[in-house]
Design a protein around this ligand. Structure first.
Ligand SMILES: Nc1nc2c(c(=O)[nH]1)N[C@H]1C(S)=C(S)[C@@H](COP(=O)(O)OP(=O)(O)OC[C@H]3O[C@@H](n4cnc5c(=O)[nH]c(N)nc54)[C@H](O)[C@@H]3O)O[C@H]1N2
Ligand SMILES: Nc1nc2c(c(=O)[nH]1)N[C@H]1C(S)=C(S)[C@@H](COP(=O)(O)OP(=O)(O)OC[C@H]3O[C@@H](n4cnc5c(=O)[nH]c(N)nc54)[C@H](O)[C@@H]3O)O[C@H]1N2
Ligand code: SF4
Ligand SMILES: [Mo]
Length: 718
């Protein structure tokens, strides 16, 4: 029987609509859903591979227990009961913080895992709560919390209406956009040009996005904060700023004073961006009918990640482009995680209310920076982490100094991983609890609708029924939460999976109805789960609209243009500038940056054969003149060494790279043994995070600083 199934892809942030053709229950065709008004038929090569993921012979479906003789399949009830017992025992003996949690990136793409996983985490009551946030977008959320009063009030580029788009450290051609859910980004960027606008990319590499931009500016990795300060310097100097009633005059004056030191002349010397270019960009930005500055991974994960996000917000605000059509705007999603009074309002945030034990790194929103995880396991003393619970993450490959974490994980008393692969991280677990894959469960995008360039809502049912006895992420967490409570209370543990009435779908149904577009909400509209079930292509809720001051959640209802606490970071910023002034790139040291590829997804889609064809991807890119100087040729294997480790990797000579800079993608390194991902192992590559340093962080926010790691490159001994 022929049938068509519609769903939203959950692999990256773009939320493309998929149209899946079935014949007799098996997938015959996969394409973009042309009727999805948000993605308009767009799809990338990863979307169809949801099928390969579903069919992957290496995918684990039932609980695995590590024994002396290898992995053994065990029953859910035995596994879950033992886990609850062990966790309670360890916490009773060593305190709550002795059990740590790490949540990886796919958690935020899986609403069931998010909703019920958070409940489980809250029951564990541990301060040692880590996630991929602190190797990614932490600075954005921190600055939204400090400036606008809520960590999820993240300004989103109004790409469909802007006239001038300034992109720093983002490569949406490869990533399909981030903190800017934007399917079909190529067409949307092209449309800016077609309507007479322009987009400019600031990046140490002439990326795919930069290649198509109106202008690309090479910048020395890690110096973006100074570039942004110089832009502001010009804006103030040339009186190009616009008033904003929500901003305090004193803040504006203090910022103006700070920027005085960072003239384009001084800044050009350390960033590599010519003085005239900085001046011109500032003019063009300020004079465009609408403009937006946006910084992503390349500027979030650097030594001044927080300062960068602050300055980006300041530039948008003082040029009159915040909360304005064509500028940086805020979403109003159908499930509102931000609005006061919303049933699903998430915590506005918190900062530095406690610190990590060893290095005293700051907490953000009840989480500690993951760069501290390894040392918290390895450092003896009270409060040491003895057990770890990971879900949907692979921190051995994704966090700085993976080698150290690898070692740390092997020393744990107890570890549990919720994941369907035996990978570089989960191989250390005592239990692997596998959830269903995307096509086997329902989907609502709780998080990426908060970051989307249009307001939309979409709910899709599962395509396939899981094999009998498989569990969804949320079912695993739901049972385990209850089992933990029963164990603590000294009660007998049930011999069946503990089912509850509270399902992810029931939770969002309530939120949809009482949300901004629901019948119990402020505007009495029709939004509900039922409506979404009857709208397989999703519901378009229109373009982003202005929302301040109503949706501004600072206590005084004003924008905190210069958060008091951030002033403490200025001496460090000044100090580093002087260091940069002295820094001269000798030819033996390079600044290392990362990159993404359209057909990869962090560390975990390397086991899907169709995505691994083509040219080798895990290479070190280097400029021809640098390669020449080192006497190395294309495809030659070289040794790249940093202060923490060294790897061997083939060379890819390309003029895309700025001189003195080299680039290696993250997520590779499937050669560690003990895993079971046959395709990934065949294309193993090496891990850039065996070079990145867990001590290299943005000291203010605690976020990892991946951009601009100092490395040396040399030929292999003959
Ligand atoms: N295909 C694919 N898509 C993905 C992912 C994936 O792995 N593959 N991952 C997803 C995830 S988790 C995320 S967070 C997003 C990230 O989405 P993006 O932020 O768009 O990520 P990247 O493609 O890594 O782009 C980062 C860019 O920053 C540049 N860069 C590095 N250092 C610096 C610097 O110091 N200054 C400046 N100005 N630029 C710098 C790099 O050269 C690179 O071009 O992508 C998501 N989408
Ligand atoms: N050097 C360097 N390092 C980086 C980055 C960089 O740019 N440079 N980028 C960083 C960024 S932005 C991010 S987000 C992190 C990502 O880092 P992580 O989140 O730690 O790692 P992923 O590679 O995304 O691993 C995801 C894991 O989740 C599993 N998984 C997939 N779907 C599901 C699901 O539905 N449920 C469950 N339970 N498991 C699932 C996969 O099998 C895989 O094991 O990496 C960071 N690391
Ligand atoms: S761009 Fe992202 S959401 Fe769209 S099909 Fe590709 S992976 Fe899926
Ligand atoms: Mo990410």
């Amino acid at each position: 029987m022929d049938q068509i199934h519609y769903r939203s892809c959950s692999l990256c942030e773009a939320m493309c609509g998929l149209q899946i053709e079935l014949k007799d229950g098996s997938i015959q065709g996969f394409k973009g859903d042309p009727e999805d008004q948000f993605s308009r038929g767009h799809i990338c090569p990863k979307g169809p591979e949801l099928k390969s993921l579903y069919q992957d012979p290496d995918r684990i479906k039932f609980p695995q227990k590590r024994t002396k003789t290898g992995w053994e399949t065990v029953s859910w009830v035995d596994a879950l009961s033992d886990i609850a017992t062990q966790l309670v025992k360890i916490q009773t003996t060593y305190g709550n913080d002795s059990v740590a949690i790490y949540n990886g990136n796919p958690t935020v793409h899986n609403y069931g895992s998010m909703l019920l996983g958070q409940r489980f985490a809250s029951r564990l009551k541990t301060k040692n709560n880590f996630s991929a946030t602190s190797v990614d977008q932490l600075p954005h959320q921190l600055l939204s919390y400090l400036m606008f009063g809520h960590q999820l009030l993240v300004p989103i580029p109004d790409i469909d209406h802007t006239d001038f788009f300034l992109i720093l450290g983002g490569n949406p051609f490869a990533s399909n956009g981030s903190l800017m859910s934007v399917p079909d980004v190529k067409k949307r960027l092209k449309a800016i040009q077609d309507r007479g606008g322009k987009y400019v990319v600031v990046d140490p590499r002439k990326s795919e996005t930069a290649t198509h931009a109106d202008e690309h500016l090479f910048i020395k990795p890690g110096t973006d904060a100074y570039f942004l300060l110089a832009i502001l310097h010009v804006l103030f100097e040339k009186q190009l700023t616009k008033p904003n009633d929500l901003v305090r005059k004193e803040d504006l004056q203090t910022i103006q004073t700070v920027t005085k030191d960072y003239s384009p002349v001084r800044v050009s010397k350390i960033t590599g961006v010519p003085k005239e270019t900085i001046e011109r960009i500032a003019f063009e930005f300020a004079n465009a009918p609408s403009a937006v500055c946006y910084g992503r991974v390349g500027v979030s994960t650097q030594e001044f990640g927080a300062v960068c996000q602050w300055l980006i917000n300041v530039i948008n605000i003082v040029t009159g482009n915040l909360d304005k059509k064509g500028g940086a705007m805020f979403t109003l999603p159908a499930v509102d995680l931000v609005g006061e009074g919303s049933v699903m309002r998430s915590s506005p945030g918190s900062f530095n209310t406690y610190q990590s034990r060893v290095r005293k790194l700051p907490e953000f929103s009840d989480e500690l920076p993951v760069a501290a995880l390894a040392e918290e396991i390895l450092t003896e003393g009270e409060g040491k982490i003895r057990a770890l619970f990971t879900s949907a993450g692979n921190p051995v490959l994704s966090t700085p100094n993976g080698t150290k974490l690898d070692k740390a994980l092997s020393s744990l008393d107890f570890m549990v991983s919720v994941d369907f692969y035996l990978n570089e991280t989960t191989k250390h677990a005592h239990y692997i609890l596998p959830p269903t894959s995307a096509l086997e469960h329902d989907h609502y995008d709780l998080i990426f609708n908060v970051f989307a360039v249009r307001n939309t809502a979409r709910y899709n049912q599962p395509l396939f029924t899981p094999e009998p006895g498989m569990l969804h992420d949320w079912e695993i967490f739901s049972d385990l939460t209850k089992r933990l409570e029963l164990t603590r209370a000294g009660k007998e543990l049930p011999k069946d999976i503990i089912k509850t009435k509270l399902t992810p779908a029931s939770i969002i149904d309530h939120a949809l109805k009482s949300g901004p577009y629901g019948n119990k909400g402020p505007h009495n509209k029709e939004m509900s789960l039922e409506l979404l079930k009857n709208s397989p292509h999703g519901v378009d809720l229109g373009p982003l609209t202005t929302s301040f001051p109503e949706r501004l959640y600072t206590e005084d209802k004003r924008i905190h243009l210069f958060p008091e606490i951030l002033k403490e970071d200025l001496p460090r910023l000044n100090g580093k500038f002087s260091e940069w002034e002295k820094f001269s790139s000798d030819k033996s040291h390079f600044l290392l940056i990362g990159r993404r590829h359209l057909r990869s997804n962090n560390s975990w889609m390397h086991n899907l054969p169709k995505l691994m064809t083509g040219k080798a991807r895990c290479t070190v890119m280097i400029h021809p003149s640098d390669a020449n100087h080192l006497g190395i040729i294309n495809e030659e294997e070289v040794i790249v060494e940093s202060s923490v480790g060294k790897i061997q990797i083939p060379v890819e000579i390309t003029e895309e790279l700025m001189q003195g800079v080299v680039s290696i993608p993250h997520g590779f390194g499937h050669n560690r043994g003990g895993t079971n991902q046959k395709v990934a192992t065949e294309f193993s590559g090496v891990s850039i995070n065996d070079l990145t340093d867990d001590q290299a962080i943005d000291e203010f926010s605690g976020n990892a600083a991946f951009s601009g790691i100092k490395v040396s490159i040399r030929k292999q001994p003959a």
